[in-house]
Ligand binder design. Structure first.
Ligand SMILES: [Zn+2]
Length: 57
């Protein structure tokens, strides 16, 4: 799966790839990663899409 998302490191929209996913009681926690830099973020699907920023690579 891929996700179109704005990357603050690259300064443009990138096609993020799914680096990891964990199923939680509130939905599926998916870690997305930029293909061109080390930026990644975690999003929980199922609860209207909660964005949680993480900078860990
Ligand atoms: Zn990037």
């Amino acid at each position: 799966m891929e996700l179109e998302h704005d990357c603050p490191e690259c300064g443009e929209s990138k096609t993020f790839y799914r680096a990891a996913s964990t199923t939680l009681h509130l939905g599926e926690k998916v870690k997305w990663h930029c293909p061109d830099c080390d930026y990644g973020f975690v999003r929980i699907d199922g609860d209207d899409g909660v964005d949680t920023s993480t900078a860990d690579a």
